[in-house]
Design a protein around this ligand. Sequence first.
Ligand code: NDP
Length: 455
Amino acid sequence: MDFDLFVIGGGSAGVRCARIAAAHGARVGVAEARFWGGTCVNIGCVPKKFMVMAAEYGAHMQDARGFGWENGAGAHDWGRLIAAKDQEIARLNGIYKRLLDQAGAKIFEAEARFVDAHTLDVGGQRVTAARIVIATGGHPTRLDIPGAELGIVSDDVFYLPAMPRRIAIIGGGYIAVEFAGIFAGLGAETHLVYRQELPLRGFDEDMRGGLATALAGNGVVPHPKISPVRVEVSGDGRRLELSDGSRLDVDIVFFATGRAPNVARLGLGKAGVVTTPGGAVIVDDGLATSVPHIYAIGDVTDRLNLTPVATAEGHALADTLFGGKPRRISLDGVPTAVFSIPPMATVGLTEAQAALRGPVRIFVSRFTPMRHALSGRARQSLMKLVVDARNDKVLGAHMLGEDAPEIMQGIAVAMMAGATKADFDRTIGIHPTAAEEFVTLRTQTRSVGQPLAAE
Ligand code: NDP
């Protein structure tokens, strides 16, 4: 065999796996056809967050008036933001590639596809490997409606030549909600078209309600319980026809309607690797596919499509195969954040999920963050703990509000360690912060779920 391990895909999952396996002494090859660092670094988390920051600066400049500053927000230069973002992303690209080089992995800047279960065609070259890892990620999908090709997806949004004046974003998931905040914050007329009553299905209901209010407060025009029907060209822009018969005339229609695994060109059938009907590579809890020496990590498995999960899987797999440190990654208790404006962050169970399992005590706090006492911005923060009434364990923590992702990371550590509500209560707060609210939630808001036998 040419390699002990060949990794297909140089994104978060693949780079980590290749790098750590090489550091453990394995002979590693890694192929990437598009860009090192994958979705997260190039057309996902990282540039998205720069754009969220850009949008937040506009609001900060307006808010500064409440603190005595004279100048409000001036004009925004989209071109300058994109150029600055591109420069930083190019730097990160270089770092990812260098890390692989330094670890001793052999780099192929080409597409790889299976010839058989141990052989790959990598840009026309045959390579063989004892073990193969599929880490090809996913891609955004459009809805199957007439004119869908006239819309953009998240791959395109990072390279728009100009800032749209009017945009219709379709979907109510992570990407839709995050870009609604970005475009509204940068001054576009922003429509959010989603088929549920509230955005972010699957998140805690209190947070979803709070987020819908916050979006409207930022000027996003909500179109709940509505589906798009067709997209047409209209002058220089697009006309979006909706299921209620109304039409939106905008510059850009943006489909943020989910992602699908990148498997179409891999020739998985030649290796015997089995996928779901949606194309997700099926893996066991050791990340092995239906072929024992072929593994899959990250978004191509379409389980919990988050960068830190992908890197954790890549690292664990490399340690298990080549480091003599076998370990598995649990997908329970993974904290996550939506970089909406304001952001939302969560770890553990929602109220509804917890209530299905037994009696739970709910603590909710809504308050105006200190900053907005002076800024005058009508924005509330929302914090919530979901507590098991039987053993006092904190089952879920949720926050909508500024700094929520930064705060939730620490809360997630406490919950990993099995913290109880009493542990939260005996922790002294840091004052004055929003975070201290998590340790001063004394008044129970309600009880839900199966009642305790004694009640
Ligand atoms: P999501 O799965 O989060 O959301 C997809 C949205 O599209 C949902 O609102 C869904 O509605 C809607 N939708 C799907 N099909 C249809 C349809 N036929 N008609 C109308 N609406 C439809 O996908 P995203 O594209 O937002 O993001 C993909 C994934 O990437 C996320 O789930 C997440 O794992 C990851 N991600 C993580 C981020 C982070 O960590 N901050 C940021 C961005 C992405 P419904 O709810 O009704 O199904």
